[in-house]
Write a protein that binds this ligand. Structure first.
Ligand code: MSP
Length: 522
């Protein structure tokens, strides 16, 4: 009788879910926005390449006083205003090959319902109460600051020490969330999950802060008289839900809350260092209160500086992502941002380093490909003779060692890059890519194939082209367009992970040994 040996369930790939913060759309997109979209896009593509069932969301945070005031100043209804602004972010994503699964807007109907539902749940479970709030509120940051975190400027205005935004003393009726009751639970969460926030430095800072200071309850609504553009508190027309609660729930909406699909408990939130408190204190506390499972991890990145200093309009050093893409191309910019950034600190942008990064792609990567495509070589023939070539040994022990090492490096490239990619350590993953490319270039240079008889000439070029092929398959998540051009140039059809090994594909290479058709030039 026929028996199924592998149960169907075992073949279902593991779900993965990654999110960017949702962006305030009232300012033009900057490099920081592109960076967080890009990191998530690369991670999502890497998960897909690795065979995971991956889901990636980004979007816009459209409610709040800031938007309301900006729309009023322009004399347009707020919804019409945000409709046009959301498009700018969608266009940025499209231009930069950001392949999200959902672009969520906080004005989406299902999102508004999800926020109301979360609110009702919190209220039913007794975590929300009515009170009066007096505090220093910064409109542009949509947040109250404690007295210790503000200072008076020379012109008499009070500002937040952290953001520099103006704050005003404000008194109002508010609903409060009993955040103070979650301090112990948050400490426990962190202590039992040391990887819940990465990098470790951010984890330590937050844990120390939680241990050393009490937590105050959180004001979670604003009077409708002041905040008109927001989701109404269910059952109380006089209040609107605090925009950060509204915004954080986006991560649930995309997972079809309240049912919640397979992605939710595998969620990774990527955030900038300025919004740790919202994601690592308020968010887990709200989820615990509503008895919703927590996301798996929060990954924190630093900020991009321009030529060493903070980007600001007044300094005139704000990097426009569309401008650099226009000047240098999408994939070189993607590659540069991934190659030159670490999570554990701020990153520096300069046109010189972008140019250098781009030049290297031409000099080392594209050049390796074009060397292998030279008219004096014959990749198709080399692949046909694969078995013979694979057994051949060079007389020179140094060359033979180089060849053995290169084969090993090609075969271990995925594992090495994977260790870094799952930690969003793109710079280290790219170093692995460069290392194997450099070794292949060095091997070709040292072995001088042009001086050798056919068999060794074919073997050397096989090593070069196999490096280019496997490295290109694995760099697809970072440079989807350039890798596509390279793989097209090499006539490679099989671009999945199962082919990212030495000798795993012998079906390519037809007609590639001809002049021209550079995948990339200076
Ligand atoms: N709307 C909120 C997030 C709500 S998520 C539930 C918000 N929006 S934002 O547009 O101001 O910021 C979005 C992201 O951009 C944040 O992660 C922030 O850290 C990041 N960046 C802002 N400036 C940045 C740089 N200069 N460099 C890198 N990232 C930067 O906060």
């Amino acid at each position: 009788m026929f028996k199924r040996t592998i149960p169907l369930l075992q073949r279902v790939s593991k779900p993965f879910y990654i999110t960017t913060p949702i962006f305030y759309p009232n300012a033009a997109p900057h490099l920081g926005h592109l960076y967080s979209m890009l990191l998530c896009d690369v991670r999502n593509r890497w998960a897909k390449l690795s065979g995971n069932d991956s889901f990636f969301t980004t979007g816009t945070d459209e409610h709040g006083l800031k938007i309301q005031l900006a729309a009023e100043a322009k004399n347009v209804p707020p919804k019409q205003f945000v409709d046009s602004l959301a498009l700018v972010f969608k266009d940025l994503a499209a231009t930069c090959s950001i392949d999200y699964d959902r672009f969520i807007r906080t004005t989406d109907e299902d999102h508004v319902k999800a926020v109301e539902q979360v609110w009702n749940t919190l209220q039913e479970k007794g975590w929300i109460y009515e009170g009066e709030h007096e505090g220093w509120y910064a409109i542009s940051d949509e947040t109250f600051y404690p007295r210790t975190q503000i200072k008076q400027e020379e012109d008499g205005k009070w500002v937040s020490i952290e953001s520099g935004s103006e704050v005003k003393l404000t008194k109002e009726k508010n609903y409060f969330f009993k955040l103070s009751e979650f301090r112990e639970k948050l400490i426990q969460l962190l202590e039992s999950n040391p990887q819940w926030i990465i990098p470790g430095q951010k984890y330590n800072e937050l844990l120390n802060e939680l241990k050393s200071q009490p937590l105050a309850d959180l004001s979670v609504s604003r009077p409708s008289a002041r905040l008109k553009w927001g989701i109404q508190v269910p059952g109380d027309d006089s209040q609107r839900i605090y925009v950060w609660i509204d915004a954080l729930v986006n991560y649930l909406t995309s997972c079809k809350y309240p049912e919640l699909n397979q992605y939710w408990s595998n969620a990774t939130h990527l955030i900038g260092k300025d919004i740790i408190r919202f994601h690592c204190v308020y968010w887990p506390a709200l989820l615990m209160a509503a008895e919703i499972p927590l996301p798996k991890q929060v990954v924190v990145h630093g900020h991009w500086l321009c030529e060493g200093s903070k980007m600001s309009k007044s300094k005139g050093n704000v990097v426009d992502p569309l401008q650099i893409i226009n000047d240098y191309g999408v994939d070189p910019v993607r590659f540069f941002l991934c190659e030159n950034s670490v999570l554990n600190g701020d990153n520096n942008f300069s046109v010189e380093s972008l140019q250098r990064s781009r030049d290297q792609l031409v000099d080392k990567y594209s050049n390796l490909v074009m060397r292998c495509c030279g008219k004096k070589f014959n990749v198709e023939r080399a692949l046909k003779e694969y078995d013979t070539l694979n057994e051949h040994q060079f007389e020179d022990p140094i060359l033979q060692q180089q060849l053995t090492n290169l084969k090993q490096s090609i075969n271990s490239l995925y594992d090495k890059m994977n260790t870094d990619m799952v930690q969003l350590n793109t710079a280290a993953a790219i170093q692995e890519f460069w290392s194997v490319i450099s070794d292949a270039n060095q091997f070709i240079q040292d072995s001088e194939p042009w001086k050798r008889e056919q068999l060794e000439k074919d073997l050397i070029i096989l090593m070069g082209v196999e490096t280019a092929r496997v490295a290109s398959i694995l760099i697809q998540p970072v440079m989807p367009e350039l890798s596509l051009k390279v793989l097209d140039r090499l006539n490679v059809v099989n671009r999945d992970l199962s082919h990212a090994k030495f000798g795993a594909d012998k079906s390519y290479g037809k007609g590639i040994n001809r002049a021209g058709d550079y995948p990339m030039t200076k």
